[in-house]
Design a protein around this ligand. Structure first.
Ligand code: PRT
Length: 109
């Protein structure tokens, strides 16, 4: 995590329902400001371009599947969080946002 996490540090008690919005807002901020030392910013400036995050999504998907096959629920939760984080970075890269995801899911009800 980089030094410019002040917004999260000032709000350590983010309600669980808001955590995805808070995370996505932080990712958008990293995309706009590209602070030094930020892993998220490094994904937006990577020499491999979008392949860097696409590869991570592939890796995290595999790790999620392996955790599920092992019935390791802690690991499944941890790897799923990695996967969701990288998916959100991809959304930001493609100028999509959480409302696009919510709308798609809502349309399936
Ligand atoms: N949620 C995440 C998040 N999830 C995963 N990662 C990074 O994604 C990378 C995952 O790579 P790996 O799986 O290879 O790393 P690993 O987990 O050590 O290795 P494995 O055991 O899984 O193989 C690690 O560098 C993690 O730090 C994340 N990096 C940042 N965030 C959030 O992004 C925000 C901005 O953080 P910065 O990127 O530091 O600016 C912060 O608020 C964080 O909460």
């Amino acid at each position: 995590m980089s030094d410019s996490d002040a917004e999260n540090d000032e709000n350590p008690e983010v309600p669980p329902d808001d955590v995805l919005d808070e995370l996505f807002a932080t990712i958008e901020s990293r995309k706009a400001e590209l602070p030094e030392g930020s892993y998220t910013a490094s994904l937006f400036t990577h020499e491999k371009g979008e392949n860097a995050v696409l590869e991570k999504i592939g890796e995290e998907s595999t790790e999620t599947i392996l955790a599920a096959k092992d019935d390791d629920l802690d690991e499944l939760t941890y790897e799923s969080a990695d996967l969701v984080y990288h998916l959100l970075v991809l959304f930001a890269m493609k100028d999509l946002d959480l409302d696009d995801l919510r709308e798609e899911l809502r349309d399936r009800f």
